[in-house]
Write a protein that binds this ligand. Sequence first.
Ligand SMILES: *[C@@H]1O[C@H](CO)[C@@H](O)[C@H](O)[C@H]1NC(C)=O
Length: 170
Amino acid sequence: MFFRSFVAAAIVTLVAAGPCVRDYIVKDGDICDKISTAQGVSTYQLGVINNGIIDNECSNLTPNLKICLGYLGEDCTTVYTVARGDTCEAIAAAHNVNVTLLHENNPQINPGCGNIYIGEVLCVASKVIVPPPAVGKSFPMPSTAMPAVPSKTPQPVANDEEDLPWCDEL
Ligand SMILES: *[C@@H]1O[C@H](CO)[C@@H](O)[C@H](O)[C@H]1NC(C)=O
């Protein structure tokens, strides 16, 4: 048991990525996706590289904090900022990549692509290039994030029995 944990820790240390090829100093008023769009770094990449530094809502950036935007050999600089109405299919087609690759480069996107949000920055590179996901890491998403395509409001199911609760008592 101890041995296994030790091995796991050693492997994690060995694959620890880097070196950083793009440093960035946080400015007053910065939020993650603003940095991402301005600097050309995906929401996922910014989050996974700064795991443990930037919190899951990206609410703890402070001016002069030094963060890393890209690791050598794992630095996606071909990015796209999600707009209202975007779907994974449309984004992929517009950048000549398939949806599989879009998911591989943006592992935070759920299988149905229902969780992409306006302002999220996606890697649209033509090969897999981003660092692997960090174990136990959820990805920074602002608490104010608006889905690119609003989910349909479930329609109330017509059900006479529910409208007439007293029927159950007859
Ligand atoms: C998606 O694109 C990648 C890279 O071009 C390719 O290797 C892969 O086979 C494609 N997958 C599908 C399902 O078309």
